[in-house]
Design a protein around this ligand. Structure first.
Ligand code: ZN
Length: 159
């Protein structure tokens, strides 16, 4: 599977070198959430607008390792336009990807169980699957999601 690992590495480095949605929205009115991963020194700052239960726009700033910043870029592209329920489902699917150890078919089964809407596509986030082999980096990969979820929670938007 070296070919797949190379592809995933290319996707991660593409997001790191050419980040999507990097910047900062005017806050307020945008919501703002900051996350830190002291294990690695990663910082992710998210600013995002929620309109009618959807992520209308999102931008990310901060600094850190290639995994954390690529994950923030992937997250921003994935959740833009999503409903908050879809964001929660995507977060669940991503956390399964980041925590399950074992054969790929077990990962697929577990992801399918969580996939209650029948359509949770991880997209480029799938490229971070190799991170599970390096447990210390999992917090780098999950930092952007955790930052977004805590920001939504603080704003009282998570039911
Ligand atoms: Zn890191």
């Amino acid at each position: 599977m070296a070919g797949l690992e190379d592809l995933y590495r290319d996707i991660i480095m593409d997001h790191y070198r050419s980040p999507r949605n990097r910047g900062e929205l005017a806050s307020p009115p945008a919501l703002r959430a900051e996350g830190f991963n002291p294990l690695c020194g990663d910082e992710v700052i998210l600013t995002f607008n929620v309109d009618d239960g959807h992520i209308a726009d999102i931008a990310f700033g901060g600094q850190g390792c290639s995994i954390s910043q690529a994950a923030a870029s992937m997250l921003s592209g994935a959740v833009k336009g999503m409903s908050l329920a879809e964001v929660a489902a995507l977060n669940s699917a991503f956390k399964v990807l980041m925590s399950i150890e074992g054969p790929a078919d077990e990962i697929d089964d577990s992801a399918a169980e969580l996939d209650t809407d029948g359509d949770v596509a991880l997209g480029d986030l799938q490229a971070l699957s190799g991170v599970v082999k390096f447990p210390v980096r999992i917090k780098c990969a999950t930092l952007p999601f955790n930052t977004l979820l805590s920001g939504l929670d603080e704003a009282g938007l998570l039911s």
